[in-house]
Every structure is written in structure tokens, then in C-alpha cells.
Design a protein around this ligand. Structure first.
Ligand SMILES: [Zn+2]
Length: 551
């Protein structure tokens, strides 16, 4: 805790004409983690007043603490904001001025300077309204000094109401990391902030209430228990899909080992229906994973109102007209793309060959590294993007019912699927062909429910976790080339089978490793410790399509 006296004394010691210069104030760098909120009786000729409030700016999907310094000095009425504010932050002075008056406080007719430090970090959005307003109220008197560290975020409406802001969860995590025990947030974001243990979240709905709560004049109203697990997405189930046993088996393998899948089949064959149901057979999110996903969604402003956390795995299905930055993230300041919103969930790209080539190629980094790095002049942002890719494609541009019925020429077919580059296909472990359903198949009884499949997937994942204990990875799909040799040894006959397949299918070395990973997952689903010839043979079935269709 750094007492407020240092900058106060500095300012007082300076000649009266220079006391409000931000340069003189910004010297107290050591205060960034502590909160020094100070009030006085108001600015007079010989008592300039300065207050500091902690807030936070968003950088990628994380929050960085920002010190909001407010100096109220005598002089011609003016209100200046410095420290790389964007236009929303600069406009905040109009909201702050009106909100303070409408909340029943006096607005000083003095010279007000607001500095947002560190100055080299770009501040965007309206979440600095509330800390700036509280800083002014601290400098002019209504808000009493506090001595324990706390931080504030919130947007102000003109009537003094506090509006919810994006990224509250990220701010709360930043507070916990930096040892800030209390966080004042808009009432609409309170449930979100309360989900993080170790930080006391105070929710306020008006500026007046915020001042009352901080001064200890008002008791915090009891909040309803945070919303519990959402089950809204459980309306879809594997039971709904008739037939397609081969594809369902492939999705079960994909779920068990977190493998990427390409579904290849005529229109109307149920590709989208199957892809949507992949999330229902994946293991549920752990508590930590739910926070991780919710933080991303909170920063993107996608959390439902009321602040319920994301409890089910995300499913994102962007249209093929999406831009590169829309898919992998970008822009300035950088924002998360669909791959990041699909983090720990499923990214479904329907009509994969229709996506522009450069957009598909931009998927290679996130598929390989599980993250996206965006470099800008203002700095580097890192976005998590560990998702499972499900691509779907018609076998040909006309969408013929099957290979036998296809009226397209071989050249046309090869041109169409040829838009999927070899490096991209190599990153997709399972290529699954979905035949058009015959009338007889449509009559078959529905198969298993998602819950039963998920149980097997869960067991297979536990086997993998036990085997990979001590390593940074948890699933077979993430095995490196060296780890494949260590964990996926196969009997001699299987070795011969694979060698023959490499020649026949033109498998690359990476494709060969993919087969072994899938074989490992099939063995895990069966509860087998060693990979057998049968496991390899089944895994090979999921590699043949590109060769057959593109020949
Ligand atoms: Zn065709």
C-alpha cells in the first residue's frame, strides 16, 4: 500500500502554475498494484487534488491493470484525457460530466486532467467511465479515501446508471493475479466476476450506489446465486441421426482422441446434423475450462446477459464468405476470430472447398500450435485456439449423389477438392465418406444416445491422460512425431500394412503418423494397451478418400 502523500506533496511543492501537468504526476510508477484513492475538500488555489483509481484495459483475451489518475486544479474549466485513449475513452468525459451531475454530485468547475497509465498501452471502450468518475469524486470530496487495494470497471449512462462492459471475467482474473482483493463492477457483470474465487466482486447499478458502497454508507444487496449449469444445448442428441453408423463411429473416434474430421458426402446426407452433435459426445468442460472459455466469450461480448458462464463446449459454424481476420482473428486492436471462439470446442466449416484458399491456409498455424499470434505495431497479442475442426464437403461442385452417379469429369472433381491443399488435408486425421441414405436405412431404429457414447469417450480420454501423464499434452491428436514413435508402436504385420498403404494412398510421413494416432485412439476406445493390425486397418479406412476422389 503506497500512501497517497507522495504525489500530493509533490504537487503542492511545485509552483502553482505547473501543478496540474501530467508529467509531474506520472512519476509514481510504483503505485500500479496498490490503490490509492484520495479525496480532499475540493480544489482551491493552494490545494490541488489528485486521486488514483485502478482499472483495466483488455489486451487480446487478457486484461492489463491501468492506473487512472485524476487531477483537479484551479484554472479555466477544462477536461483533458491523456494516455493513448481511443475515441470512446475520449468521449467518456461527456458521459462522466453528465452522469456525475445527474447522480446528484457537484461537478467541479476547475481544470481536470485524467491520465491513463501505462501511457504506451492503447485504451479502448467505455469501461473507464466509472473509474474516471470515481476519481473525480475522490478528488473533490464525496468519495472517502480507502486503504485496501481495489479496482473498478464500468460504463456510465447519462443518468448515472452503470452499464455492463466486455471482459469483466478477464479483469477479475487479472485482479486475482496481481493481488487486488476487491473489484467494483456493473451489476450486470457481477455474476461473471463472482465466478472467480479470491476476489470480492461488488456490483453497483448506479454511480450513487457505487459511491455509497465504497464509502461504507450502503450495504451491498444480497445477490441471487449465480446461474447453474446450462442444459439448453442438450436438446440435440446422437439419437436424432438415423443410419450413418460408419460416420458415427468416426465421430466417436474423433471425440475420443480430439482428432480433426472431414465429412465428405452428397448434400442432404446429414453432414451438418452429425457435426452439430459432436459437442454432445465430447467430455463436459471442467471448472477451469469453463472459466477459460467464458473469459474469451466475455471479452468478445458474447456472454449471455446475467453473466452465466459458458458450460457446454462451443460450436462455431462460420459461413464460407468469412474473411481471414474473421476466422483467425485480426484487426487493430486485434480481436478474437472464430477459431478462438471455438477454443475447447468445435469449429465446423461447411462446404470447405468454397472457402477462399488464403482463408483456409490461415488455419494452419492454429491447427498446429493451438493458438493465434497477431503482431501489430502496438504489440503482440496471443489468442488461444485449441479447437477440433470438422470440415464438410460435397464430393464435387454439382453435389452428385455418389461417385457412381457423378456426372462431373475427373478433372472437375479433382479441381474442386483440389482447393483443399495437401498440408491442410494432412492436418485432418479422419476423412469420412457419407453415402446418401437409402430408403431402407432411413427406417432403421435410431442408434445410441449421446450420453452412452460420451461415457466411452470419457473412459478413452482417461486412458490417454494416464499414459501422457507428465507431458504437456492430454490427447492422442496432440502427439508429436517423436511421441508417436514412443507411444504408438505397432506389430510387424501392421508395419507391413502401413508400408503398403503409404505407397498405394500416397501417404506423406505426416499422414502416416496421423494413421498411427488414430489407431492409438481406436485401441484406447477398446481398452487395449497395444495397437493391433485391426486398429491400424480401421484407421487406414479414414485416409483413403482424398486419393480416391482426387485421382
Ligand atoms: Zn458430380
Amino acid at each position: 500500500m503506497v500512501p497517497w502523500t507522495l504525489p500530493f506533496e509533490r504537487a503542492r511543492a511545485q509552483p502553482s502554475g505547473r501543478k496540474s501537468e501530467p508529467r509531474g504526476i506520472a512519476t509514481s510508477e510504483h503505485c500500479i498494484e496498490s490503490v490509492t484513492l484520495t479525496g480532499g475538500t475540493g480544489a482551491t488555489e493552494d490545494r490541488p487534488v489528485l486521486a488514483r483509481v485502478l482499472s483495466a484495459a483488455l489486451l487480446g483475451v487478457e486484461a492489463v491493470l491501468v492506473r487512472v489518475e485524476v487531477d483537479v486544479a484551479s484554472g479555466l474549466p477544462a477536461f483533458t484525457t491523456v494516455g493513448l485513449p481511443d475515441s470512446a475513452v475520449r468521449e467518456s468525459r461527456e458521459r462522466v460530466r453528465t452522469a456525475i451531475r445527474n447522480a446528484g454530485f457537484a461537478f467541479p468547475s476547475d481544470r481536470i486532467t485524467v491520465n491513463l497509465a501505462p501511457a504506451d498501452l492503447r485504451k479502448e471502450g467505455a469501461s473507464f467511465d466509472l473509474p474516471i468518475a470515481l476519481g473525480i469524486l475522490a478528488a473533490t470530496g464525496p468519495l472517502k479515501p480507502r486503504h485496501e487495494p481495489f479496482a473498478v470497471v464500468g460504463e456510465l449512462a447519462l443518468d448515472g446508471q452503470i452499464q455492463p462492459v466486455r471482459g469483466t471475467l478477464a479483469v477479475t482474473l487479472a485482479c486475482r493475479k496481481r493481488g487486488i482483493g476487491t473489484l467494483l463492477v456493473p451489476a450486470g457483470n457481477r455474476a461473471e466476476a463472482a465466478a472467480v474465487s479470491g476476489v470480492r466482486a461488488i456490483g453497483a447499478s448506479t454511480l450513487g450506489e457505487a459511491v455509497g458502497l465504497l464509502n461504507g454508507d450502503v450495504d451491498e444487496q444480497p445477490w441471487p446465486a449465480p446461474p447453474t449449469a446450462e442444459t439448453a444445448t442438450d436438446e440435440i442428441d446422437f439419437l436424432d441421426v438415423r443410419g450413418q453408423l460408419h460416420a458415427k463411429r468416426a465421430l466417436e473416434i474423433a471425440a475420443a482422441g480430439a482428432h480433426n474430421v472431414l465429412l465428405l458426402g452428397p448434400p442432404g446426407g446429414g453432414k451438418t446434423m452429425l457435426a452439430r452433435r459432436l459437442t454432445t459426445i465430447l467430455p463436459s468442460l471442467t471448472a477451469d475450462e469453463a472459466i477459460e472459455v467464458s473469459t474469451i466469450w466475455s471479452v468478445a461480448g458474447l456472454l449471455p446477459s446475467g453473466g452465466a458462464l459458458v458450460r457446454s463446449r462451443p460450436f462455431r459454424a462460420p459461413h464460407h464468405t468469412i474473411s481471414g481476420p474473421g476466422l483467425v482473428g485480426g484487426g487493430g486492436p486485434p480481436h478474437a476470430g472464430e477459431v478462438t471462439l471455438a477454443h475447447l470446442g468445435v469449429l465446423f466449416l461447411d462446404e470447405l472447398p468454397e472457402f477462399p484458399q488464403h482463408v483456409l491456409e490461415s488455419l494452419r498455424q492454429p491447427l498446429e500450435d493451438g493458438r493465434v499470434t497477431i503482431a501489430r505495431a502496438s504489440g503482440v497479442s496471443d489468442f488461444p485456439a485449441r479447437f477440433q475442426l470438422v470440415g464438410a464437403a460435397n464430393p464435387c461442385r454439382r453435389g452428385c449423389a455418389s461417385l457412381d452417379l457423378c456426372v462431373c469429369t475427373a478433372a472437375e472433381r479433382s479441381r474442386y477438392l483440389g482447393r483443399l491443399s495437401r498440408p491442410l488435408l494432412d492436418r485432418i486425421d479422419l476423412h469420412v465418406e457419407l453415402p446418401a441414405l437409402s430408403h431402407a436405412e432411413l427406417g432403421v431404429l435410431p442408434g445410441e444416445a449421446s450420453a452412452a457414447v460420451r461415457q466411452r469417450v470419457q473412459t478413452a480420454r482417461e486412458r490417454q491422460r494416464a499414459r501422457l501423464r507428465g507431458l504437456k499434452i492430454r490427447v492422442n491428436a496432440e502427439l508429436s512425431a517423436r511421441q508417436v514413435r514412443r507411444f504408438c508402436s505397432v506389430p510387424r504385420e501392421a508395419e507391413r500394412l502401413l508400408a503398403a498403404a503409404m505407397t498405394r494412398l500416397g501417404l506423406s510421413a505426416r499422414g502416416h503418423d496421423r494413421v498411427l494416432k488414430v489407431a492409438r485412439t481406436i485401441a484406447d476406445l477398446e481398452g487395449a494397451e497395444t495397437i493391433s493390425v485391426e486398429h491400424c486397418a480401421e484407421a487406414l479406412q479414414y485416409r483413403g478418400l482424398d486419393r480416391r476422389w482426387r485421382a
